[in-house]
Design a protein around this ligand. Structure first.
Ligand SMILES: [Zn+2]
Ligand SMILES: [Zn+2]
Ligand SMILES: [Zn+2]
Length: 271
């Protein structure tokens, strides 16, 4: 099975860090790890597809910074603005790949994407064109993206059920404040877990850092990286307080998925 390279394109909360007009110590920090764009990851499978999870508001800047020149498909966790507002930037990947891009979302997120980006789902483009060309597949259970087997992991984002995703021994769980027991059962044997940890103060739809540490301890991944971080958490000082194997993620960080499971019918010649 091939390996994959996961790049954290953004590890910030919806406002990003620094936050506009804020003069706090983290927003003025010189540490590049305290600069957090809106949340998204890129997964490049060796000899396989180049995938995005979410199209964050900062997608253009993220693609330029990380030299992402190819995207074959997008998986959406949910339809909040910080996770979808970069969808229009997919136009460049349409042009570079000369193809309509498959995108995957649950039914509720799919409905919201069609509403928010009605111009991209509304039939033929007018003169000048310039609309993102996407083909939406609604997912309801394990699915196959360009030959890669993906397991959706339902998580609670306040009252709203949204999706995390597991690929092999890697799982990405952004935007949550509860992982149901049925989903804990889907998270055994992880090498790398990426988990929401917004700040120290309680929040109605995101884990606090302490809550995230508790859940991450139960899940027991070899390595846990926290994401969706607000300006309350300075990178270096916060990491000094965390248990071994756990740390705040940072933009540009790369982790490896050792064995990417291929969907049936895509045996990669393994016969
Ligand atoms: Zn600040
Ligand atoms: Zn959200
Ligand atoms: Zn979010």
């Amino acid at each position: 099975m091939p390996a994959a390279r996961v790049t954290f394109l953004g590890t910030g909360t919806s406002h990003g860090v620094p936050m506009i007009g804020c003069r706090c110590a983290v927003c003025r920090s010189d540490d590049p790890r305290d600069r957090r764009l809106r949340p998204s990851i890129h997964i490049a499978v060796d000899g396989g597809p180049s995938l995005l999870i979410d199209t964050a508001t900062d997608l253009r800047q993220q693609a330029l910074t990380n030299d992402i020149t190819r995207v074959d498909a997008v998986l959406f966790t949910h339809s909040h603005a910080d996770h979808v507002m970069g969808l229009d930037e997919l136009r460049r990947f349409n042009a570079l790949g000369k193809r309509r891009l498959p995108i995957y979302a649950d039914a509720k997120t799919g409905t919201e994407l069609r509403r928010i980006f009605s111009y991209a789902f509304g039939g033929p483009a007018g003169p000048g064109g310039g609309v993102p060309e996407v083909a939406l597949t609604e997912i309801d259970g394990p699915f196959d993206v360009e030959g890669v087997a993906v397991l959706p992991v339902p998580i609670m984002h306040g009252p709203q059920p949204i999706l995390g995703f597991r690929i092999g021994a890697f799982a990405y769980l952004t935007d949550c404040n509860h992982v149901p027991e049925s989903s804990m059962a889907l998270l055994t044997g992880l090498d790398v877990l990426v988990l929401d940890a917004l700040r120290h103060r309680p929040h109605p739809t995101h884990f606090t850092l302490a809550e995230a540490v508790e859940v991450a301890t139960r899940i027991g991944a070899r390595q846990t990286c926290f994401t969706h971080i607000c300006h309350d958490l300075p990178h270096a000082a916060t990491n000094a307080t965390l248990p071994p194997g756990m740390a705040l993620g940072h933009d540009g960080q790369v982790v490896t998925i050792e064995d990417v499971p291929l969907a049936s019918g895509h045996g990669g010649g393994a016969a």
